[in-house]
Design a protein around this ligand. Structure first.
Ligand code: PBG
Ligand code: ZN
Length: 335
């Protein structure tokens, strides 16, 4: 029997919860979920052809940075204890074949190389593997007859992932949502002898309304149509779990749920149904909603951010991608 339920003489349990929460030190001792800076992944946007950082209009406080600023920015975050970074590239050249996505001196490839030179094995680099920043039409795959052609896109994604591995990426994170992308990339990496490069599957990527600021940030808004044909309807739990199980079978090392906050149920269910690490991506819209309210003075930004991050971890996420990673790092260092 639990202490809190020790019966009184009248047979009713004695409620002790209030007494247990009496002091901050006691509350701290009993805290069940502890967020660590090591749980966090910070996304970074590297843009080709700019000289100065450019603030993203829909994400105040977040910048697209030139390659020359990258090492310094990462060092600042390293000093706060952050170790893992998710790299997004914004190339100068876009075309319908997405060629700059897999070029040897593409922006992501150069960024990873520079990070490896500066930090070696002290940090973890994850690269986003997708085509939408690199295609002239802004879709995540190669378009044929007005739709993303799955198998042609897979071949290009294989090349992108291999080029990232060659540059020194520790993990690749395919986000194009083509069927079979994890398996295809796993084979491509293995064939090129990159057996030690891991794959983070964007396993359940919901067709969400919370990606708008990201598309502005990364210049990847589709010119026509939408992504509903290759992203998942947010109404379906079983389908999301099926996608996750498929990625596990295909060889994902880590599975991801995206967005995070409106999908805590999926994070929880995923945690219950696989032994792999579970990652949650708190997306651009989640950031911008909090930031906008904070700029209006309507909420306490730091407190809200800590509550949201803790909730995502409590639901079962082992790893959390967030645009607030740096701020959370600062806050955690203060305690
Ligand atoms: C596309 C991609 C998106 C995000 C990451 N990769 C946007 C989309 O699918 O439209 C969204 C991330 C965010 O909103 O923070 N490959
Ligand atoms: Zn994409």
């Amino acid at each position: 029997m639990n202490q809190n339920e020790a019966p009184e003489s009248d047979g009713f349990p004695k409620v002790r919860l209030r007494r247990l929460r009496r002091t901050a030190a006691i509350r701290d001792m009993l805290q069940e979920t502890r967020l660590s800076v090591k749980d966090l992944v910070c996304p970074v946007f590297i843009q080709e052809g700019i000289d100065e950082p450019k603030e993203i209009e829909l994400m105040p406080g977040i910048f697209r940075v030139p390659l020359k600023n990258l090492a310094r920015d990462i060092q600042e975050m390293y000093d706060l204890g952050l170790r893992t970074f998710l790299i997004f590239g914004i190339p100068k050249i876009k075309n319908d074949k997405a060629t700059s996505a897999y070029s040897k001196d593409g922006i992501v490839q150069q960024s990873v190389k520079s990070l490896k030179q500066n930090f070696g094995e002290k940090i973890v680099t994850i690269t986003d593997v997708c085509l939408c920043q690199y295609t002239s039409h802004g879709h995540c795959g190669i378009i044929k007859n007005n739709v993303a052609d799955n198998d042609t896109s897979l071949k290009v994604l294989d090349k992108v992932a291999t080029s990232h591995a060659e540059a020194g990426a520790d993990f690749v994170a395919p986000s194009a949502m083509m069927d079979g992308q994890v398996k295809s990339i796993r084979n491509a990496l293995d064939n090129a002898n990159f057996t030690n490069v891991g794959i983070i599957g964007y396993s359940a990527k919901l067709s969400s309304n919370l990606y708008t600021p990201f598309r502005d940030a990364s210049h990847s808004t589709p010119e026509f149509g939408d992504r509903k044909t290759y992203q998942m309807p947010f109404h379906n739990t079983n389908e999301a779990l099926q996608e996750i199980m498929m990625d596990v079978k295909e060889g994902a090392d880590i599975v991801m749920i995206k967005p995070a906050l409106p999908y805590l149920d999926l994070i929880y269910k995923t945690r219950q149904s696989t032994l792999l690490p579970v990652c949650a991506y708190s997306v651009s819209g989640e950031y911008s909603i909090v930031k906008a309210a904070a700029l209006e003075g309507w909420v306490n930004e730091d407190e809200v951010v800590m509550e949201f991050m803790t909730s995502i971890k409590r639901a079962g996420a082992d790893i959390i991608v967030s645009y607030y990673a740096k701020r959370v790092g600062e806050l955690l260092n203060r305690i």
